[in-house]
Design a protein around this ligand. Sequence first.
Ligand SMILES: [Zn+2]
Length: 282
Amino acid sequence: MVELPVSLPLALQNDGNLEIVFLGTGTAFARRLFQTNFLIIKGDVHVLVDFGMTGPQALQAVGLGAQDICTILPTHSHADHIGGLEYLSLLNRYMAVPAGAPKLKMIITDDYRPVLWDMSLRGGLEYNEENAEGKSLSFDDLYDSYAPAYVSNNPRKVFSIDYHGIKLELFGTNHIPGEAGTPNDAFITYGLLIDDRVFYSGDTKFDRELIDMYADRSEVMFHDASLTPNQVHAWIETLRSLPEDVRKKMYLVHTQDNVTDEDTALFAGLTKQGIRYIFPSV
Ligand SMILES: [Zn+2]
C-alpha cells in the first residue's frame, strides 16, 4: 500500500489502481475528526461508503461537493453513516440532474433497501413532489439501485457485487444491539472486503470470528476501534489481543478525537483523513 497526500480537489478518477480516501475517521460524536465515511476510487469509478452528518463539510475539505458523487453505499442506518443522505439525494435530484448529471446510484442489498427507505429516508424524501405517475416519490425515483447478490448465510450473511470493476463483498457485522449474539440477530450493518484485498470492518463489536474469516484474504484491515470499553464498537484493548501478524496489517478507524499515534503503536497505524491509500495492481 502506498500513501500519498490528497491534492485539492481530490480526483475521483485515477490510473486504475484501487484507491481509498477517508473523508472522515471519527466516531458519531467526534468534533475534530469527521465521521467515518470513505471513497473507493478505481479508474473512472468511485463509490462513496457512507455519508454522515459531517459528510458535506468533509467533501468540501477535499475540494468536492455532493454534486460530484455518483454512487453511494450505505453500510447501516446510524446518522454518522446516513445523516447526509437526504442532502446528497435532494442535491442530486434538484441541482445535479437538471444540470445533466445522472441519477444517484446506490449499492444496497435487497434486505436493507426497504429498511433504509421506510425507516429513515422516506420522511424527508417521499413528499417533495409527485412523480411522473402522480404518486409520491419512491426509492426508485431517487436512485438507480444495484443489489449485491446473496452469497451465503453461514456463519453470517455475505453478499457480493462487481461494480464496474470494483469487487465488493458485503458481510453482516455485530454492532447493534450490543446484546445480539450473532450478526444475523443484529440490526442490519455491513462491513466490506474490497477487491479481495482490503477489509473494512464497518461498525462492529470485537468479533474474532469475523477477523479470522477475513485476515488471510486481507492485505490491509481498516478496523473500528474505541479507545474506551464500548457496548457496540470494538474496544482497542480487545484488538490488542490479536496475533501480531493480524495487528500489523490493521489500521484503526472510527476513533475518538483524542486518539494518538501512541494508542495505535501495536497496529499498522491510525487511519488518517487527507491521505490517498493506493493499492497497486499485483
Ligand atoms: Zn453505527
